[in-house]
Design a binder for this molecule. Structure first.
Ligand SMILES: *Cc1c(COP(=O)(O)O)cnc(C)c1O
Length: 479
């Protein structure tokens, strides 16, 4: 047994670290060892429990109702508010869209109005549930425009969306006028606070200016908040709140049309591990309200120091003053973000490149954790060095022939040969099992591609990575 765990740990050494505050995307670290330890123990204790039937596992129902209650208190929810724990932000968003669609069976071709900065999860929901997306361009400040949003609502609209804040730029949309415009047409308004929902209420209590976005805003009908982001819970939990039980009703799926148990599910999953729920309950109970207030003060102070530090780095700028814990950085023409990202990886900082979109330049995304805050000066030093090196080497140049090759590709008809040719051109030929560490050229190439082509190329890339390793994992350890 020890040997299997040792092999796991050896494999895990290749992953980005989930603690230590040096990973600024994908993971969120409170820096509190006790909270981590308790959370992991709770996941393990409940790994075999099944949320499929809350009458068989009343402890899971109790934890879910308590967590939803804590979230209601945090988000100014009226007594009518109800909620569900889901597996993550995407599932919360999917269910918000599905509920909105199914509340209107009379609308033949339902639509939802999204600011162009809304999370990709809404596009996934559109794809899964056949809801048409109406995208509205955001303003110069990356915030949704209420007038344009209102103008996009029509008789087929079943949902209007705002972010608090948007993932890519970290700014809060003007939720008040957007929700009012939706309510005036009798349309649901979902606030995607997946990443900011556990930060902004504490930011407001710390005396920072926060655009109103909770259930205190009239017209907001549902809100999603991820526990596995800034509640610092283990991966696998998000909360979806609806203002009333009636609004949630279409979310339930029941089927008695087979000879087994009547299937009754509030989420996309049916068997639901109790592990993530217990882990989230344990972490939220350990950190507590005062703990989150302190962690928020810590991380926002880190954001302030980071923003001030970036202002002193030649070639780099913050694209929008952050409303929360997310910062997007862009460069001037002297260098490029992809070269900087690679240099940061070499220096042991994991930051996330974001491709150009809607006429706006590519950026570096930073999700700061409380555990990052004590290391901001160190981070800035690495960023200063990475940017200076990127300026010295100049912007990455993609070979003109490769550019021409990519521009000629038809995403709908991407052949295996085309893809092999492209991999070879960017020096990634082979079976795809070796992941590259130098990504600047690949990212620069993707940046030139259309969204359709980016999707096709990256899907093909993942398809190549996901191939079975046969007869390996089940082998008993040798030696
Ligand atoms: C992270 C995020 C999501 C998606 O959540 P997952 O947990 O990754 O599925 C949706 N919206 C926003 C704003 C997010 O930051």
């Amino acid at each position: 047994m020890d040997d299997v765990l040792a092999r796991l740990r050896a494999m895990q050494a290749a992953d980005v670290p989930v603690t230590g505050g040096r990973t600024l995307a994908y993971v969120y670290d409170s820096g509190l060892e006790e909270a981590d330890r308790v959370g992991r123990a709770a996941v393990a204790a409940y790994a075999g429990s099944n949320g499929l039937d809350p009458t068989a596992f009343p402890s899971l129902l109790r934890m879910e109702n308590e967590l939803v209650g804590v979230t209601c208190d945090l988000l100014d929810a009226p007594p009518s508010t109800v909620g569900t724990i889901t597996s993550g932000g995407t599932e919360s968003v999917l269910l918000a869209v599905q509920s909105a669609r199914d509340a209107h069976p009379e609308v033949e071709r339902p639509r939802m109005v999204l600011p162009s900065t809304a999370h990709a999860a809404f596009h996934k929901a559109a794809h899964y549930f056949g809801v048409e997306v109406v995208t509205v361009a955001v303003g110069e400040d990356f915030r949704a425009r209420p007038d344009a949003t209102a103008a996009a609502i029509d008789d087929r609209t079943v949902l209007v969306v705002a972010s608090a804040p948007s993932y890519a730029h970290g700014v809060v949309d003007p939720v008040g006028p957007i929700a009012a415009a939706a309510a005036a047409r009798g349309v649901r308004c979902h606030v995607d606070a997946c990443i900011g929902g556990w930060v902004l209420p504490y930011a407001a209590r710390l005396g920072r200016a926060v655009t109103p976005w909770t259930f205190a805003v009239d017209g907001v009908t549902s809100i999603s908040v991820d526990l596995h982001k800034y509640a610092y819970a283990p991966k696998g939990t998000s909360v979806l709140l609806h203002r009333t039980a009636e609004l949630r009703r279409p979310q339930y799926f029941a089927s008695a049309r087979w000879p087994g148990y009547t299937m009754l599910n509030p989420t996309m999953q049916s068997t639901r591990s109790g592990g993530p729920l217990a882990g989230a309950w344990a972490v939220v109970s350990t950190i507590g309200d005062a703990g989150y207030l302190a962690l928020t003060a810590q991380v926002l102070d880190g954001v302030d120091r980071l923003v001030a530090g970036v202002a002193g780095i030649e070639g780099l700028r913050v694209v929008a003053r952050p409303d929360s814990t997310l910062v997007a950085l862009a460069t001037d023409a002297s260098c490029d973000v992809f070269t900087i990202t690679d240099a940061m990886t070499r220096a042991g900082w994991w930051v996330q490149p974001q491709l150009s979109h809607d006429g706006r330049p590519p950026t570096v995304h930073l999700s700061l954790s409380a555990a990052t805050a004590p290391h901001v000066e160190e981070f800035l030093e690495a960023l200063r060095a990475a940017t200076a090196a990127a300026v010295a080497s100049g912007p990455v140049v993609v070979d003109a022939e490769v550019v021409a090759f990519v521009r000629a590709l038809d995403p709908a008809q991407l052949g295996e040969d085309d893809f092999d040719g492209l991999l070879a051109a960017v020096g990634m030929a082979g079976d795809g099992s070796e992941l590259p560490t130098e990504m600047a050229e690949v990212n620069a190439l993707l940046d030139l591609a259309s969204p359709d082509l980016r999707e096709a190329l990256l899907s093909r890339f993942l398809d190549r990575l996901q191939r079975p390793l046969r007869g390996v994992a089940a082998e008993p350890p040798t030696g």
